[in-house]
Write a protein that binds this ligand. Sequence first.
Ligand SMILES: Nc1ncnc2c1ncn2[C@@H]1O[C@H](COP(=O)(O)OP(=O)(O)OP(=O)(O)O)[C@@H](O)[C@H]1O
Ligand SMILES: [Mg+2]
Length: 283
Amino acid sequence: MPLIRVEQLSFKYSGSKEYSLKNIELKVKKGEFLGILGASGSGKSTLCLTFNGIIPHSISGEFEGDVYVKGYNTKETSVAKLSTIVGLVLQNPDSQLFNMTVEEEVAFGLENLGLDIEEIKKRIRWALRLAGLEGLENEFPPNLSGGQKQRLAIASVLAMKPEVLVLDEPTSQLDPLGKEQVLSLVTLLNKEQGITIIMVEHNTDYILEFADKVIVLDKGEIILEGKPKQIFEEVDLLQNLGIRIPASVKIAYNLKKRGLLESSALNDRELVENIRKMLNKKT
Ligand SMILES: Nc1ncnc2c1ncn2[C@@H]1O[C@H](COP(=O)(O)OP(=O)(O)OP(=O)(O)O)[C@@H](O)[C@H]1O
Ligand SMILES: [Mg+2]
């Protein structure tokens, strides 16, 4: 059974003319890493909000079809219950942090779960260690760096022990170091802790390397779905949608178009290999 199953999902925000999601069909398996790509306004965030029930419970509109999380139909399950299975991390860490210390921030969601104090302490230590924030327990969250703040937002969600982490552009407001820290953490959570990841991320090099599956949204529809390698063969289509193509993919594609290279490449190593092959042939 897939962990998340989306069947014939369409959604229109109250007051909107257009549907923001149209006939979405999607399955996400346990442990899988799903990357979501698409132009601005294509429905990426709207889709993310359907996984923990914020849509349709807290945001109203016309909701058709079904989303099942671990077998629970989100229409019939509270956001509080769904949040123990699906953790959501948003773009702006500042909007997700509102406690006086790092430790209190992580404790906050746990206090409502009815856990005993020892379990709460254990989970705080575990989440802060994974997020690389040990030693910062008593810091005032606004004093942290951007990367630390976003890792704290992730730790707060992690402490709830969700099976799925949904991240909506978690690095877009971070500097290069902060981006790298957050991306390494996401990789670790997926590859070492086995947490299922659903991630909207414009850093396509990262998605190409670490996602198991990618969907591309356009005007609320899934227009491409497959392994990253298959998706990034569609250079023209992705480019027309304004999706950033990794540099090596683009260079190989342009050289191939001019007859200067035989095969496409999906990373620097493949590009170098293919160029070397062509040069060897010429000499
Ligand atoms: N609260 C809302 N009320 C009405 N329409 C909305 C609302 N939120 C989003 N929309 C519309 O739904 C469509 C999809 O928006 P969404 O935010 O899901 O796109 P996105 O792919 O996440 O874009 P971005 O890359 O800019 O974050 C857009 O046309 C947007 O204007
Ligand atoms: Mg968005």
